[in-house]
Design a protein around this ligand. Structure first.
Ligand SMILES: NC(=O)c1ccc[n+]([C@@H]2O[C@H](COP(=O)([O-])OP(=O)(O)OC[C@H]3O[C@@H](n4cnc5c(N)ncnc54)[C@H](OP(=O)(O)O)[C@@H]3O)[C@@H](O)[C@H]2O)c1
Length: 352
């Protein structure tokens, strides 16, 4: 009789450019873990949702970065939401919802103190919120938008803010926070439906960068020139934004998704304009703000409760097997708002 198993996905091969289906990652069966395998102060968690993030492609490169690369044979790194199924910790009960850096796995053991690198945290669902907000508006996504726009971008009332990747998880938060701060906002996204949604969110205007007239439309819509450019995509859109920047404009360098799958990433050709226009271009990593997360989460949760922040999720079902394809499609813009993979339906659970 075959032994019960659970699945995980490991890195099999480092891609040189885009992720190669069936080659980059391998699905692996593992002997099942039970309560008997837990040590004191450990919990056993089954994964319900995985967060899919553009940064994942960078974690596959053997390069110096803000986190070490995922090793060959190691479970693919990811944040998740899960449910405690067994516990030897007085701080967690069976049925508790948690977030953790579990990776792409159906089942995992984590230390209750969060100090084993998995950062196990019990979930509290705020007013007007749902559990998956912990990976979106109240997670790294919302925090990135918050600190990037407010601390790096120093947005203020009356600023003209342009956001690339605007209908994605981070971008859609940036647009709304900029509006809350009294800015005028132009969002850039990759489809007409996304443009429509951005206008519903309160953007003053939005453009589809795949339209044939995009470059001339962008010039027309940025006649007053840009105060703050929040960049999620890099590449040609960044180059265009530089050409329309005000003197001393602030460029928040959050991400460059257009370059992540390229074997030869490139920068803007008009880079010397950074000098002549006296631009301040500043990269940041949200982890640098960890000491201020609680205060920011409080404000984000407050805006959510008051209906001042809207969010969308694109949830891909199909279990752990769906993660690889979903990640590939993230770079093709499959998502509006936050992209999640449903690893296991939470039957009988609370609002997830
Ligand atoms: N610095 C930090 O600490 C930090 C933290 C989190 C995230 N980030 C960065 O923030 C950015 C957004 O992350 P996210 O998690 O919110 O992802 P996301 O925006 O929800 O998803 C990525 C989106 O990028 C767009 N995109 C893909 N290829 C593109 C291209 N070639 N040109 C223009 N747009 C393209 C797609 O939308 P379209 O349909 O519009 O193309 C896609 O939906 C990423 O660059 C990520 O690396 C940085």
């Amino acid at each position: 009789m075959s032994q019960p198993t659970y699945k995980s996905v490991v890195l099999a091969e480092r891609p040189k450019a885009a992720i190669i289906p069936g080659e980059t990652f391998h699905l692996k069966g593992n002997p099942i873990i039970t309560e008997a395998d837990l040590k004191d102060d450990q919990v056993l968690v089954e994964t319900l949702y995985l967060s899919l993030d553009p940064a994942m492609r960078g974690w596959l490169n053997d390069a110096r970065s803000y986190v070490p690369p995922v090793k060959i044979g190691e479970v693919m790194r990811a944040a998740s939401i899960g449910k405690v199924v067994a516990t030897k910790s007085s701080s967690f009960s069976v049925g508790d919802y948690v977030t953790a850096m579990s990776g792409w796995t159906e089942l995992f053991v984590a230390n209750a103190d969060g100090k084993d690198g998995k950062s196990l945290t019990k979930l509290t669902i705020p007013a007007n919120g749902k559990a998956t907000d912990a990976l979106g508006v109240l997670g790294i996504t919302g925090l990135t938008a918050y600190f990037g726009l407010l601390d790096v971008g120093k947005v203020k009332e009356g600023d003209f803010v342009v956001v690339s990747g605007a209908a994605g998880a981070t971008g859609s938060m940036v647009c709304q926070i900029a509006k809350l701060k009294g800015a005028k906002v132009l969002g850039i996204a990759g489809s007409d439906d996304k443009v429509k949604w951005l206008k519903e969110l309160g953007c003053d205007d939005a453009l589809n960068y795949k339209d044939t007239n995009f470059v001339s439309d962008f010039k027309e819509k940025t006649k007053q020139l840009i105060d703050v450019f929040f960049d999620n995509v890099g590449g040609e859109i960044l180059e265009l934004a530089i050409s329309r920047a005000k003197f001393h404009a602030r460029f928040v360098m959050c991400g460059a998704i257009s370059q992540y799958n390229s074997a030869t990433p490139s920068g803007p050709k008009n880079f010397t304009s950074v000098i002549s226009l006296r631009l301040r271009m500043e990269g940041f990593i949200v982890f640098d703000y960890a000491a201020q997360y609680d205060q920011a989460r409080k404000e984000l949760a407050q805006w959510l409760a008051e209906g001042k922040l809207q969010r969308k999720e694109t949830i891909i079902s199909g279990g752990l097997e769906a993660a690889e394809h979903a990640l590939i499609e993230l770079y093709n813009g499959i998502n509006t708002g936050k992209l999640l993979v449903e690893v296991k339906p939470d039957e009988g659970g609370p609002r997830l």
